[in-house]
Design a protein around this ligand. Structure first.
Ligand SMILES: [Zn+2]
Ligand SMILES: [Zn+2]
Length: 304
């Protein structure tokens, strides 16, 4: 089968649009799509220093690859931030991959470890879990957010970019929906306001399987080993459920994404007045202390 855009042989069929694309035209559509998302939400401003949170997985390495390409024609610079959770046997492979990848692109790369920042590894933190209902991923996510915030300040970046894709956004929405936390749904839209370090997700309108193909077709050497805690949360079940829906009804994820953005902005306006600033860290939250600081306080209190 021939590519819809050139004379090459097509290697990717985009089911929801009916396009057949060769590897190089496919990659161009991903770069263009990310660039469109960036400009639509005004994610990057002239002269910005962007800290890309790079875990070593396909999403974050592809993001660094794509942003690096876009940076050739735009006025912004990149630095890479990696968080070392201290998960035995898992993180080392990724650190090597990220280091080599950044060296090849000529991007400065800095690692921040839980051990250094919080005086605990993830495994130690999980042992002093104060509430059995909290999943490993949510504790890890909270520590990671704080580590990235620290790295962003330390490196003096204006924006933090993460590799979250459209599927991640849908999964998070359903998790928030199922947990009854509507304030979090109000924060799901692009956060590009305020004086804080902006957080952006340039892949938020791109399907996860397209990022996988982008990484594959561009020979991006992402980490093969999955996080050992990956299947503990409900996220995997939701991911499989959404994939099976998309399989039978192509384009359904795009529709759901649009609905979420509308719901999120409505809730954001409605919740606006309830927003406070965390007394400990200055991030926006609904109570006196944000969930990140709250978790850290509880973990410290449980220290043996
Ligand atoms: Zn082509
Ligand atoms: Zn806080």
């Amino acid at each position: 089968m021939k590519c819809d855009r050139c004379e090459n042989i097509a290697g990717y069929s985009r089911k929801y649009s009916g396009e057949n694309l060769c590897s190089s035209c496919f990659s161009s559509t991903i770069i263009q799509k990310a660039a469109r998302t960036i400009s639509k939400y005004n994610m990057i401003r002239n002269g910005d220093m962007i800290g890309v949170a790079v875990s070593g997985g396909k999403d974050s390495l592809s993001l660094l690859h794509v942003l690096n390409k876009i940076s050739y024609t735009h006025n912004f610079k990149l630095k890479a931030i990696t968080v070392d959770e201290g998960i035995p046997g898992y993180r080392d492979e990724a650190l090597t991959i990220v280091n080599d990848f950044c060296t090849n692109l000529g991007v400065e790369h800095t690692v921040y470890s839980y051990k250094e920042l919080f005086d605990t590894t993830l495994e130690q933190a999980l042992e002093r879990r104060y509430n059995e209902k909290i999943s490993s991923c949510s504790i890890c996510g909270i520590l990671r957010r704080r580590a990235i915030d620290f790295g962003a300040k330390d490196l003096g970046v204006d924006v933090v970019a993460t590799g979250h894709n459209l599927d991640d956004v849908l999964q998070t929405f359903i998790i928030n929906l199922l947990s009854g936390d509507t304030s979090k749904i109000g924060w799901m839209g692009p956060d590009t306001s305020g004086n804080r370090t902006r957080k952006i997700k340039p892949f938020c309108e791109i399907y996860e399987n397209e990022i996988v193909f982008y990484a594959f077709t561009n020979d991006i050497p992402f980490q093969s080993e999955e996080c050992p805690h990956m299947n503990e949360g409900i996220r995997t079940e939701i991911r499989n459920f959404l994939n099976s829906l998309e399989n039978d009804h192509s384009g359904i994820k795009n529709n759901m994404y649009k609905s979420i953005m509308k719901i999120s902005s409505t809730l954001k306006d409605a919740n606006n007045k309830q927003w406070k600033v965390c007394l400990q860290c200055g991030n926006q939250c609904t109570g006196e202390i944000c969930s990140v600081c709250n978790t850290l306080v509880n973990l410290r209190a449980n220290q043996p």
